[in-house]
Design a protein around this ligand. Structure first.
Ligand code: SF4
Ligand code: SF4
Length: 430
C-alpha cells in the first residue's frame, strides 16, 4: 500500500513501524471473508482492508480523526481472524491498537460514551468494584430495561448464579506433595476470579495433580488488556509495568518455569508485553523475560504427565475456539488433543469460525453487533445439541463463556473444569 507520510512524521519510531506494516498490504482481500463485521455489515469500511486504509489516512492527515473513521475502528472486534488469513504478514493487531490509542488522545467522544468506557474499564479491572457492580446488577436485573440498552445488556451478561469461592486465590502457594516437576505462577484474571472462581480452583487442582506447584503472586494486577483495547494506553501500561515488576521478583526469588493464564484474552496480552514495551528502555528486557515464559494453561498441561483419567469414555462435547486463543496465540489443536486424551469426544461446529461477539468489552459497547454475532454462533451450537447427546460446550475464555452460557441449554464450561473433573475434581456446573 502506497503511503504519504511527511519526513517529519517519519522521524517518529511508531510511524516508521506503522508505515513498514502498511507497505506489506497488497490489497488482496483474503482478509475480507473471515472478518465478522464485514460478513454482517457488507461494508468495505468495516473490513480489515477498509480499516487499514482509513487508519492510514487518519495518521497521514494527523489531527482529529473523522467520526466515520472512529465509527469503523470502534466496530472492530480485535478478533485477529484477519491476521491469520493475511498471506503478506500485515501486523493488524498492533496497527489497530495504535489507532485506538491515537483516537483516544485526539478525538472527543460524547461525554456519555466517555463515561461508560471509563466505568467499564475501571469496574472490571478492580475486583472490589466488580463485586459491588455484580451485586447491584443482580438486584436491579428485573428493572434493568429502564436504564437503557447498554446497561440492560451489561446486567444480562452477569450470570444468574455465581459459585462461591472454595479457595482463596490471593497470594498463595499451592504445593505438590513430594517433588514438583515445575513451579508456575497463575494469573487469576480480574473478571474471571469473580464471575467463575471454579476455573481457577480447577486449574490449581489439575496443575497440582500433574505435579506443578502453583503460586498466585501478591499484588498481581489486571494484565491491562481491557484498558489497552479501549485505547487507554497509559492506564494499560501502568498495570502491565506493575505486573512485570511483581513477576520479575518471583522469577528472581524462588524461580518460575512458566507464567500461566487460563483466560485467553489475558494470555494473548501478556505474551505481547515484549512488543508493547519495544521502545521502553527500562521495561524492554524485563518484558521479554515475562513474555518468553507466558503460556496458556493448555500449553503447559500438554507438557506434563497425565494422571489416569477417571472418566474413561467421556461424554461428547462441543469445543468453541476463543479468538484470542485461535488467532491471538495460534492455539487450535492443543486443547482438543488434551480433551481427547482425557477421554472426551469432540464434536466440531460446522462452517467458518466467527467470533461469538464477546471480544473483551465489545459486547458492552457494540451491543447490536455483538448480539448478532452471538446469535449466529449460538444457533449453530444449538442445532448440534438438538440432534446429538452433547453434554458440555467447552471453551478457553471467560468472555466466551459469559457471552454464550445463557443461550445454551447445556453447561458452558472452561477446558480446565472438564479436565479437572476427568481426574477427580467436581462435576462442572454442579
Ligand atoms: S480484527 Fe476481526 S473484526 Fe477487526 S478487522 Fe480483523 S477480522 Fe475484522
Ligand atoms: S489479506 Fe493482508 S495483504 Fe491482503 S488485503 Fe488483507 S491485510 Fe492486505
Amino acid at each position: 500500500m502506497k503511503t504519504e507520510f511527511t519526513s517529519e512524521q517519519r522521524e517518529q519510531p511508531i510511524i516508521q513501524i506503522m508505515e513498514d506494516n502498511l507497505r506489506k498490504c497488497v490489497h488482496c482481500g483474503f482478509c475480507l471473508p473471515v472478518c465478522p463485521t464485514y460478513s454482517i455489515l457488507g461494508d468495505e469500511r468495516d473490513s480489515p482492508r477498509g480499516r487499514i486504509y482509513s487508519i492510514k489516512n487518519m495518521l497521514e492527515k494527523g489531527g482529529e480523526p473523522s467520526r466515520q473513521t472512529v465509527k469503523h475502528v470502534d466496530r472492530c472486534l480485535s478478533c485477529l481472524a484477519c491476521v491469520t488469513a493475511c498471506p503478506s504478514g500485515v501486523d493488524y493487531q498492533h496497527y489497530i491498537d495504535y489507532a485506538r490509542s491515537y483516537i483516544d488522545s485526539s478525538h472527543r467522544r460524547p461525554l456519555i460514551d466517555k463515561l461508560f468506557r471509563w466505568l467499564i474499564s475501571t469496574v472490571i479491572t478492580n475486583q472490589r468494584a466488580f463485586v459491588v457492580a455484580i451485586t447491584a446488577a443482580r438486584v436491579f436485573r428485573p428493572i434493568s430495561k429502564i436504564f437503557g440498552k447498554r446497561i440492560n445488556s451489561l446486567v444480562n451478561l452477569v450470570p444468574r448464579q455465581i459459585t462461591k469461592k472454595q479457595i482463596s486465590d490471593h497470594n498463595i502457594s499451592f504445593m505438590v506433595e513430594g517433588e514438583a516437576e515445575i513451579r508456575v505462577a497463575l494469573l487469576p484474571g480480574c473478571a474471571q476470579r469473580t464471575l467463575r472462581p471454579s476455573i481457577n480452583e480447577a486449574s490449581i487442582r489439575l496443575l497440582n495433580r500433574m505435579r506443578a506447584t502453583v503460586i498466585i503472586p501478591k499484588n498481581i494486577n489486571c494484565c491491562g488488556a481491557i484498558n489497552y483495547h479501549l485505547g487507554a494506553e497509559s492506564a494499560a501500561l501502568m498495570k502491565a509495568r506493575s505486573n512485570i515488576d511483581v513477576l520479575i521478583n518471583e522469577i528472581e526469588g524462588d524461580g518460575l518455569d512458566y507464567i500461566i493464564s487460563n483466560s485467553a484474552g489475558c494470555g494473548t496480552h501478556i505474551k505481547d508485553y515484549f512488543t508493547i514495551f519495544q521502545n521502553d528502555p527500562i521495561y524492554l528486557e524485563k518484558s521479554e523475560r515475562i513474555s518468553k515464559i507466558a503460556r496458556d494453561i493448555t500449553e503447559v498441561l500438554s507438557t506434563l504427565k497425565i494422571p489416569n483419567p477417571e472418566i474413561v469414555a467421556g461424554p461428547p462435547i462441543i469445543y468453541h475456539d476463543a479468538c484470542s486463543l485461535l488467532h491471538g496465540q495460534k492455539i487450535k489443536n492443543g486443547p482438543r488433543e488434551l480433551l481427547k486424551k482425557f477421554g472426551f469426544q469432540i464434536v466440531e461446529i460446522p462452517g467458518n469460525h466467527f467470533c461469538c461477539g464477546s471480544a473483551g468489552t465489545y459486547n458492552l459497547i457494540q451491543v447490536n453487533l455483538a448480539e448478532k454475532l452471538k446469535f449466529e454462533r449460538v444457533s449453530k451450537i444449538n442445532s448440534i445439541i438438538k440432534n446429538q447427546p452433547i453434554q458440555f460446550l467447552v471453551t478457553g475464555n471467560i468472555g466466551c463463556i459469559t457471552q454464550m452460557a445463557r443461550e445454551i441449554s447445556i453447561p458452558t464450561v472452561h477446558t480446565v473444569e472438564l479436565l479437572d473433573w476427568a481426574t477427580g475434581g467436581p462435576l462442572p456446573g454442579s
